[in-house]
Design a protein around this ligand. Structure first.
Ligand code: GDP
Ligand code: MG
Length: 288
């Protein structure tokens, strides 16, 4: 007679990395603060932790564990209706690298042949929008400045409605071919959501040294185009452009990058060609 052995009970406890690294992501029904007593957070129906502050709409800050890979970046959305909102180019990058200068240069290059409109993001001012107006980038009514408050990255990634509103409005008002959207300056950690940007440019400059490309935030690795600006300053700061080129290619699995001096018009035509190539592919239109 075989003996009947009691089955040992096996209990498997699965602890996810998310639970370890981000103890903030747990189910709870109470509010708690983020240093600022007016900041409240809660878990949304999608399981993400949302919060709201500085008058911003609710948004989440999902943690990013890796800069990701160019070859595995989110592809352009196939479902986009460009009659609802024109092909949108997102320009991101750290503070002061030349995002607004590139907005101005692209406007000057494209405005005679294409209907353009522009939205700029600043944290607490409308300075970049005003700069574009002052420099005659486009007629004033085609430029909108959005104040994002303390989370400029949220406005291009998790809570893009603050940008979608003005972009859709401008797109319809001016039957735009191309919309330009400048992000607030970030710290290498931000990248545009595909819901917002059909083509993503990330711009860094040489002035912080030749180490920047290999630091590899998601903008550096996953933008459709990386621009390395202000090469005119390379000798002054001792930045080695061959090192920057090598690291940019390595971090982006060979994805495209352009050396530029946006302020002096160097490299701008090459950037425009990348943008128009993507525009043709996405919209099925031919460049004029
Ligand atoms: N030397 C040099 N300065 C530049 C170049 N492009 C932009 N700048 C300057 O860099 C500063 C910051 O540029 P801006 O476009 O405002 O940067 P943003 O903060 O990324 O929008 C401005 O004073 C620009 O004139 C460039 O190619 N070379
Ligand atoms: Mg700017």
């Amino acid at each position: 007679m075989p003996m009947t052995m009691p089955m040992p009970m096996t209990i498997i406890i699965i602890v996810t990395t998310t639970m370890i690294i981000n103890s903030h992501h747990h189910d709870h029904d109470h509010d708690h603060t983020h240093g600022d007593s007016t900041t409240k957070s809660w878990v949304g129906p999608d399981g993400k932790v949302y919060h709201s502050h500085d008058g911003l709409a609710p948004h989440s800050h999902e943690p990013i564990y890796s800069p990701g890979y160019f070859s595995r970046r989110a592809p352009p959305l196939l479902t986009r209706d460009f009659n609802e909102r024109a092909f949108t180019v997102g320009i991101g990058g750290p503070v002061g690298t030349g995002k607004t200068a590139l907005m101005l240069a692209l406007c000057k290059f494209l405005r005679d042949k294409y209907s353009l409109a522009a939205v700029t993001n600043d944290i607490f001012t409308k300075e970049d929008g005003e700069f574009l107006v002052k420099n005659g980038a486009l007629p004033e009514e085609r430029i909108r400045a959005v104040e994002t408050g303390g989370c400029p990255h949220a406005a291009i990634r998790e809570d893009i409605s603050i940008n979608l509103g003005p972009l859709e409005e401008l797109s319809n008002l001016f039957k735009a071919d191309i919309l330009l959207c400048e992000s607030g300056g970030d710290n290498l950690a931000a990248n545009f959501s595909r819901e917002l940007a059909d083509y993503i440019i990330y711009i860094i400059d040489v002035s912080a040294g030749d180490k920047i490309p290999r630091k590899g935030g998601p903008g550096i690795t996953q933008a459709d185009l990386l621009v390395i600006n202000k090469t005119d300053l390379a000798p002054a700061v001792g930045a080695d452009l061959t090192v920057m080129e090598r690291d940019a290619l390595r971090m982006r699995d060979g994805g495209p990058f352009v050396f530029a001096q946006v302020k002096h018009g160097v490299g701008v035509e090459e950037i425009v060609n990348h943008v128009l190539q993507a525009w043709e592919l996405a919209t099925g239109k031919k460049r004029h």
